[in-house]
Ligand binder design. Structure first.
Ligand code: SAM
Length: 290
């Protein structure tokens, strides 16, 4: 491990343990947010090589241009029916999808009728945003002028496509346990500088979100949910007047996700193309996904 990575991880660990001490415990969701997105230090924010052979995992976007070309055809079909469509991509990773989609749409028609005037990117990682900007610089002037980065959800009406590949599974989750007919929330605490898991009551607002799923679970069941998912989705789509929302991801239907036998949850971590099930291992140097 390089010295700079070691320093980044030590600094991240310091932030996490300080948050635990200051608050007398840290909900897992906040631990995961810090491990992945703490500015300058988290897995997605610290400049590590994540995608591709030299990284930790590979997405369809990074395998070649075929995925983006296929999506571009779908987008073009939608654009035919819309006035002044735009693309909004969430979590654009290396920026390759954006570059490949714009190139593919450009190639679909010599009159450029399928090229959106604007390709908006909403990205939480400042480091990835920088990588995306470098990737977009490789495009022609006519394509790159269309790309803009947003700092928040759009706040004016638009038509077009909202797209995200493997973003839903990069969003921090609450871990819950269902025991003695109660839902409890995973809180991390410290015991001799070691992380320990504790179960506390959920605040009412989160309790109602998990209860609203009306799950039938065996005693001792442990799993996860994305908190405030409905509000997040509503925020993203609120100003989409006409168009398509397309989220591509791995996942299960609700019955399989919360199957009684899947009683240890779905969290999986990736490092150097190996999977493990310990989110507390090598914090900041591995991806964590529900
Ligand atoms: C697994 S990567 C996928 C990157 C890219 N879409 C691909 O398929 O290669 C997850 C991406 O989502 C971003 N991300 C996570 N949560 C986000 C959020 N709430 N809003 C926007 N981007 C987010 C991460 O920073 C990262 O760029």
């Amino acid at each position: 491990m390089s010295d700079s990575l070691k320093q980044i991880q030590q600094s991240l660990w310091h932030h996490i343990t300080t948050a635990i001490k200051d608050n007398d415990g840290l909900p897992f969701v906040d631990f995961m947010r810090m491990a992945l997105y703490q500015p300058g230090l988290g897995y997605y924010s610290a400049g590590l090589k994540k995608f591709g052979q030299a990284g930790d995992f590979i997405t369809a976007v990074e395998l070649g241009s075929l995925f983006a070309q296929s999506m571009a055809r779908q987008f073009a079909d939608v654009f035919k029916q819309l006035q002044q469509p735009v693309i909004l991509e969430l979590g654009a990773g290396s920026g390759r999808f954006c570059a490949d989609v714009l190139t593919a749409l450009d190639g679909l028609s010599s009159s450029a009728q399928y090229l959106p005037e604007q390709y908006l990117i909403l990205e939480v990682s400042a480091d990835l945003r920088q990588q995306q900007q470098q990737q977009i610089q490789t495009l022609s002037d006519d394509l790159k002028r269309r790309v803009t980065w947003l700092d928040k959800f759009p706040d004016t009406e638009f038509n077009g496509v909202i797209f995200a590949n493997e973003v839903l599974d990069a969003i921090p989750v609450e871990v819950f346990q269902f025991k003695d007919n109660h839902y409890r929330r995973l809180i991390l605490n410290l015991d001799n500088d070691q992380l320990v898991e504790q179960w506390h009551d959920f605040p009412d607002e989160l309790l109602s979100q998990i209860k609203a799923r009306e799950l039938t679970l065996p005693d001792g069941y442990r799993s996860e949910f994305i908190p405030h998912l409905n509000e997040w989705m509503a925020g993203i789509t609120q100003y989409l007047n006409q168009g398509l929302v397309l989220f591509v991801d791995y996942g299960y239907g609700r019955d399989v996700e919360y199957h009684p036998e899947r009683n240890a949850g779905t969290l999986v971590c990736h490092q150097r193309h190996q999977a493990n099930f310990n989110p507390y291992h090598d914090v900041g140097a591995q991806d964590i996904n529900p």
